[in-house]
Structures are given as C-alpha cells and as structure tokens.
Design a binder for this molecule. Sequence first.
Ligand SMILES: C[S@@+](CC[C@H](N)C(=O)[O-])C[C@H]1O[C@@H](n2cnc3c(N)ncnc32)[C@H](O)[C@@H]1O
Length: 299
Amino acid sequence: MKPFHRVVFGDCKTMKEIPDGTIHLMVTSPPYYNAPFEYPDLFETYEEFLQLVRDLSKDLYRVMAPGRVACFVTDDMLVKGQKYPVVADVTRLMLDAGFRYRDRIVWVKPKGYVRISRRSGVVIQHPYPMYYYPDNIQESILVFQKGKFDYSYLRGLPAKELEKSRIPIDAYNGEGWALTVWNITNVLPMGQRLEKGVAAFPEEIPKRLIRLFSFHGETVLDPFLGSGTTMKVAQELGRSSWGFEIDRGLGKIIKQKLAGNSQSGWKVEFLFRRDTNRIPRSERLRSKRPSQIIAKIAR
Ligand SMILES: C[S@@+](CC[C@H](N)C(=O)[O-])C[C@H]1O[C@@H](n2cnc3c(N)ncnc32)[C@H](O)[C@@H]1O
C-alpha cells in the first residue's frame, strides 16, 4: 500500500475513520489531566478524563492489529495539592479493554527540570520529618499488547522491508534502550518553540518506540496528536500514520512541524469532523474554561 499520513480533527473516543485491525503501533500522550501549565481546568472532573481514556481504549482494541503494541506516555498529576493516580488508572482501563500489560519504562528528564515550584525546598525551610515532597523528573511509558505476537510474521516480510526494520544495536546498547529507564531530555517550554503550550514529547521517544515495535511500511497511530511529533517521526522512519486531534487550531503547527520532511513527495491529508474545536487556539487559551467551549461546539 502507498504510504499515507492522515490527521483527523475530531474526538479520539471513537476513531471510526480507521478500519478494524489495521494499526500496528500506537504511541501517544493524553492530555495531562488538568496540568497547571498546559491544561488547567480542561476536564470538569477526574472521572471525565478517565471516561475519555476508557472510550479510547475500547476503540483502540478494535483498530489494533492482533499481537501489536500500544504505548501511553503519561504521569500521575498533581493538581491543586492533590495527586491523581493517572498511571495506575490508565493501566487498569487498558486491562479492562482487553489489552495485556507488557512493560513500564520510566522516562527520566534532566535533574534541573522541575516545572512546578520546587516542593523539595520545604524540607530546607523545615528540616523535620513529614515536610518531604520530592520534585518530579520522570514520566511513565506504559506498554500494552493486544494478545500475543506471532513471530512467523517475520518470515512473510519481504527481505528489503525486514532489513529496513533492523534495530540499530549500537544505539540500543549505547543509549540504554535496553533498560527500563530512559534518560531523555524533554522539550523545553521556551519562547517561540512550535510546541509552546502543547506538552509535546521529545522525538526520541516515538523514535525508539517506532523502531522497537513496528516494521518498515507499517502504520502508527497517535490519537492525541498535539503538535504532530509522532507523525513526523513515523514519516522519517518510513511508516504510515494516523493522528487525531481535537483542537483545529493546531493544524498550522502540525503542518509546520511536518514541512521539513516534505522533500520526499508525501503529503498529509486533513479530515475535519464536526466535534472539533473551531475556536482559534489563541482565543481558547485566553478562555478560563476551554472544556466548556469544546462541549458547546460539539453539541
Ligand atoms: C499532551 S498533548 C500531546 C502532545 C504530542 N505528543 C506532541 O508531541 O505534540 C495532548 C493533545 O491531545 C489533544 N486532545 C485532548 N482531548 C482530545 C480528544 N478527546 N481527542 C483528540 N485529541 C484530544 C489536546 O488538544 C492536545 O493537543
């Protein structure tokens, strides 16, 4: 099949555009619940966030090919002094949808990276027991699988495709891909960066996952596409891709991010659904409760 890259502007709780069993790998990071910087008050309640993951996981089971892998990059979230167990809850919801829990990789960011005020400083002011709150510099990469992979699949692949899918063993050993802890610098939320306000993950994460869990020419999905990082890397690595994004305002950023890859003659198709947010991104970010705007338009 000819390679393709399709962005659907619509809610990923259903991915009706994707035929059953056609996705070979999912790599995604859902909105970080109500993260104080990027997503304050995005969801009315934590249950609303969980319902989105629940709906997605069911349709994900339909679109995934048998034996294939789905990865969530996510973390427990501290919102207004309360810690929400996102990692445990996403794991439970994926198990409930029928997936197997395969692995958890811990993504460790550089030591100097702390977004929210340094909680650990409290002990310096009050050097006594019970004042301890550590600063968080990690996220989880949760790896799930739809049943078991049939390794005889490799025998059916053209030798050329198999060769292009070979994992670079130097990087595998030298950069620590082989371990459950990955040290990778995060995308810094600075100035004029394309990904400003999107909570993008660094390209290195989809790069490793795509190489480790999909073959050249196969299809990768990111249901929370954001700025398009997964799609960009999928294209660079010779995989087709689907992306879903609810915020139409990100279309320009996605196009810009992928523009650098356009020499190879491929193009991105954009499909628009009615449940998308049509309020310009700038306006939405100024708004106090973006979820209310999204809900109004979707009705
Ligand atoms: C954490 S960001 C993803 C960032 C992405 N990994 C990147 O590198 O740019 C989550 C994205 O999910 C989008 N989103 C939130 N709810 C959604 C939904 N129901 N369907 C599709 N996209 C949604 C948000 O607009 C946001 O862009």
